[in-house]
Ligand binder design. Structure first.
Ligand code: SF4
Length: 313
């Protein structure tokens, strides 16, 4: 007899507005200028998306000096870049487009403003993540990185000093609350960002997982191991009651034997994973199990970021 699986689909899931815009910008550049078009860093952290764009003529590089044909346009990824990168592009005479998500640019502006006011800035985020590198590169002054609560007390800043903080957009909402609490306990005068820096997409995807995690024996998060929002979703699924939770980087090579002792399976996709991968995974499961899909009603997101007019063709 075919084994039955109860699937709980989280919603919202998958692509966010910033990822959508960045991908459309690369496609727009390919249409406008023809291939090849260079992209600095993975445009979004998803192999499927990157391979697809490569097949259309995008060439991915990590640094601008790797660009062989300097007459071709280059696009900066959705994660944002340090100020030095557009400066380098200008000095190399490159034609560039910046696909930084507007919600990351908002944080860059905050850093600039705090900088103008001469406030020391604490950044809550993950060391070496491209978004953190980009945000730290918005000022020549030192930015104080905090990755966990314990880091706050170790900061080389006077407790009476007026300080400001910003955060990475794709952090765990829960962990970040604890770190902010610690910052406010430790420093007497704290200036906060006007609006939460963790973006709507990160917040909504984590909330969606929280709602169903305790009904699940196994939670599958379609995403990438270098994607912060993907990794956070795995943590959230575990923290909110799923017995097991894993990252699925390649839906076609998922070992289906892992479900031997599981019946209730949660599925979500990170903000950089397209819905087609969810459909592929469901089809693979349907070929091997008797599958019942449960998808609760959820508020559809209506955030949309325009592609710059020059690439909107
Ligand atoms: S996850 Fe958030 S900040 Fe990152 S690209 Fe998507 S909307 Fe923008």
């Amino acid at each position: 007899m075919t084994k039955k699986l109860n699937i709980f689909l989280a919603g919202p899931r998958g692509f966010c507005a910033g990822v959508d815009r960045a991908i459309e910008m690369v496609k727009g550049a390919l249409k406008k200028y023809g291939a090849p078009v260079y992209v600095r860093h993975e445009i979004v952290h998803n192999k499927f998306v990157v391979e697809n764009l490569k097949s259309q003529g995008a060439i991915f590089v990590e640094e601008l000096n790797e660009i062989q044909d300097k007459s071709r346009p280059v696009i900066f990824s959705a994660h944002g870049v340090p100020k030095a990168v557009p400066e380098e592009a200008l000095s190399l005479n490159l034609m560039y487009y910046d696909a930084t998500c507007p919600l990351v640019s908002k944080i860059h502006k905050e850093v600039e403003n705090f900088d103008k006011k001469n406030l020391p800035v604490i950044l809550i985020g993950h060391r070496n993540h491209p978004e953190v590198i980009g945000t730290m590169g918005q000022t020549k002054k030192e930015i104080y990185l905090v990755e966990k609560t314990e880091d706050v007390k170790k900061l080389p800043l006077n407790q009476d000093e007026k300080i400001a903080y910003v955060t990475q957009t794709t952090l765990s909402v829960d962990d970040t609350k604890d770190i902010i609490k610690e910052i406010k306990l430790h420093f007497s005068d704290v200036i906060e960002p006007k609006k939460n820096d963790i973006c709507y997409a990160t917040t909504n995807r984590q909330e969606a997982v929280k709602k169903i995690a305790n009904q699940c024996d196994y939670f599958l998060v379609i995403g990438a191991s270098n994607s912060s929002n993907s990794l956070r979703l795995v943590e959230v699924a575990k923290n909110y009651g799923s017995k097991k939770a894993i990252l699925v980087e390649d839906v076609d090579s998922l070992n289906l034997n892992i479900f031997q002792e599981s019946k209730n399976i949660g599925i979500t996709a990170s903000a950089s994973s397209p819905e087609i991968l969810v459909r592929k995974l469901l089809n693979n499961l349907k070929k091997n199990f008797e599958v019942k899909v449960n998808e609760g009603h959820y508020q559809k997101e209506d955030v949309f970021f325009k592609v710059p007019q020059k690439l909107n063709i």
